[in-house]
Every structure is written in structure tokens, then in C-alpha cells.
Write a protein that binds this ligand. Sequence first.
Ligand SMILES: NC(=O)c1ccc[n+]([C@@H]2O[C@H](COP(=O)([O-])OP(=O)(O)OC[C@H]3O[C@@H](n4cnc5c(N)ncnc54)[C@H](O)[C@@H]3O)[C@@H](O)[C@H]2O)c1
Ligand SMILES: [Zn+2]
Ligand SMILES: [Zn+2]
Length: 405
Amino acid sequence: MTGNRAVAYKSPGVVEVIDIDYPTFELKDGPGVNPANVGRKVPHGVILRTVTTNICGSDQHMVRGRTTAPADLVLGHEITGEVVEAGPDVEFIKVGDIVSVPFNISCGRCRNCKERKTGICLNVNPDRPGSAYGYVDMGGWVGGQAEYVLVPYADWNLLKFPDRDQALEKIMDLTMLSDIFPTGFHGAVTAGVGVGSTVYVAGAGPVGLAAAVSAQLLGAAVVIVGDLNEERLAQARSFGCETVNLTKGEPQDQIEQILGVPEVDAGVDAVGFEARGHGKDASTEAPATVLNSLMTVTAAGGAMGIPGLYVTGDPGAADAAAQTGNLSLRLGLGWAKSLSFTTGQCPVMKYNRQLMMAILHDKVQIAKAVNAKAITLEDAPRGYAEFDAGAATKYVLNPNQYVKG
Ligand SMILES: NC(=O)c1ccc[n+]([C@@H]2O[C@H](COP(=O)([O-])OP(=O)(O)OC[C@H]3O[C@@H](n4cnc5c(N)ncnc54)[C@H](O)[C@@H]3O)[C@@H](O)[C@H]2O)c1
Ligand SMILES: [Zn+2]
Ligand SMILES: [Zn+2]
């Protein structure tokens, strides 16, 4: 039997590459596995040899110790793979296919899946609607930052790339289809971005940069990206965005210098609950900062796309209210301006095929925009540390040497 090396969360700030079992078509007990999922049979699943698997800002919430993730939880929800075994109930996906895995695990059979709301599938996570690989409170599906991984409901979940050689040639772009490209695109779409829009994206991490590229793809007139990290802002400028540095103060003043008005048509939160304050408060965490500043800068009647993650509980939060997921929101302002809000996991399946076509036909350069860099699986701890320190890089793990050069 083949072994399996995988990236596991150990303790706050520490990840390690460990030996785990090669997957089988059954969900076994292990760190973070919901008891109601133990023994669950997965004849509709496939086993993938991982082609690429990316480190995400969502992983960092766990690795920073801001969740109840247990030690030895295997990380990784951004997975691209080659099918090496198919369960008896898999009809259309074949051994040898190169596939992108939406980070949301969904059954394709429940009411929400039938309505394409795959981020809140009712059947895969006994705790609550919605699931993902390698994530705390998501049912216990083993993460894909590993050499091999099990994917359930394979015919439904997997996006097959049309041509193997072409897929491997463009793999650094296609690897972004499992999460950040659809997520950024969803942020822009739900913020109402269209031809001629002015857009403010809070956050210049990979999701913010993906939202910015998506806004350009959707025809935005001006895309302004805000962060406190100058290296990440330079990355946003490298593909034609305007930028605002929030260490200098609130974004509306700098937006006014760029647009002549202190408002934009569309706002995207690509930061989430670990948001920092602005200006003199830039060194402290203030979880409602981005939501409140988006309500300020988004023009009346506009919309806010909120892919940035918010939690129901944050034991590590600075203030008592935030520890139970309560934020000090200026909702009256948003109400008075008739703003609309879209939150939640991105339903990846709604967008991944179209974005794949845009990549395959050279309509977008997502890997370049997020500065994608491949590293070995054994190097994952370094990738996590550099990413946490704010590197303007999207780290792509390459466990089986599919990525050359
Ligand atoms: N909804 C989804 O489906 C989905 C999918 C993927 C990621 N996410 C979430 O999206 C968020 C971004 O992910 P990422 O990988 O880019 O993370 P990241 O941590 O790399 O990026 C966040 C960036 O926000 C910046 N920031 C902090 N406070 C800010 C402020 N007040 N204004 C502007 N920028 C500020 C940080 O400096 C950092 O560069 C995370 O919360 C992640 O969990 C959600
Ligand atoms: Zn992710
Ligand atoms: Zn479902």
C-alpha cells in the first residue's frame, strides 16, 4: 500500500508534514471528524493523486489558533488532482482525468445543491450547512494538502479539464479554480460589478487580488485595492489596479483623490474577521472595520460582496462581543443607503467552468496577478510562515512533482 504525506495543524503557529493513511472509500475517525460522519461510506467518491494544492488565508485562521481546530487536523481545501481510483458508484469521471475540486463539499442531492447553493449543502456536515476539506467544524473530510485525497460525490463535484497536456501547461492558473478565483469573482459579481463600475476591494491577499482581476474581467472602469501591506499593494498595481494604503487613514479620502468622489459603485470585503483598524489604529485588530468602511464608501443603492470570513465564535478575539461573533456594525448606515450584502462560502461550481474557459483561452492571467509560486509539500511549513508574515505570494504545494521547473 502507498503511504501518504500530509500537512497537519499542530498548535498555534505550527504546521508539520506527517504520515497519514492512504484514503479509502470510507470516512474514518480522526482529528476533527464529526462522530456522525465516522464510518460514512463513499462509493460515489474518487481518490486523487494531488497535482497541486494551495495554502489559503482561510487555513491561516486555524493555524493562527483562532479556531477550535484540533492538533493533527490535516489541512487543505484547494485541490487539483489526477483520478487514480474511482468508487463503484462513479459513472462519468474516469481514472486518469485531471480535475479541479471545488473547496465546498456538496452532495448534489439536497435542496440547496439543487438550487446551486453548494456552499451550504445540507448533507455533508452534521454540524451545520456547508462543508470543506481539511477544515474545523466542517464534518471531518480529510484535507488535500497531501499526496492523496478522497473526494466524495465525484461525478457532481469535479470539474474535468478537457486536455491533460494543456491542463498541466496552465496548471498554475487552473489551480486557482478550486477556491480563490471563483471566490474573488463571486465577490465582484455579488458587489454588482459590471462594465464601467468603480470598485473598492478591501484586502490585497490572494482573494482580494482575485476579486480585483475578476472586476477587470467583468469590465470595471477603475479597480481600487486597499491594504496595510505595501508589498501586496504593489502586487495589485502590477496588473493595473489603483491602491490605497490604510495605514494612512480611512479609504474614502484616498478614493476621492483617485476618482474625484469619495465613493465607489461596488465594494468587496476580502479581509474578514481578522481585520485591522485604519490610520492610527492600524496596529490593532478591529473586526468590524472593513464592513463599516465598505458601508461608508459604497454609493447608495450599491452592493457589497463579502467573501471575507466571519465566525460564530472567536475565542482569541480582543473584545468580549467578538468572542461570540458579535460585531459593532453601523448597520443603520447601510440601511439608510439601501445597500445589499452577500456573505458566505463562494458556491464555486457556479463559476469554475466559465473561469476555466477564460484561463484556457488566455483571457485572464490569474497566477501572475496573485504571484503564484510552487513549493514542495515538505516545504509547506515555510510557505505557511512566509504567507502569514504577509508575503505577496500565493503558495502552491506540488506534492507529486506535476509542476515542472
Ligand atoms: N467566502 C469564501 O468562500 C472564502 C474563500 C476563500 C477565502 N475566504 C476568506 O477571504 C479572506 C481573504 O483571504 P486571503 O487568502 O486573501 O487572506 P489573507 O490573510 O492573505 O489576506 C487578507 C489581507 O487583508 C489585509 N487587511 C487587514 N485588515 C485590513 C483592512 N482593514 N482593510 C484592508 N485590508 C486589510 C491583510 O493585510 C491581508 O493582506 C479570508 O478571511 C479568508 O478566510 C473566503
Ligand atoms: Zn481557500
Ligand atoms: Zn447537498
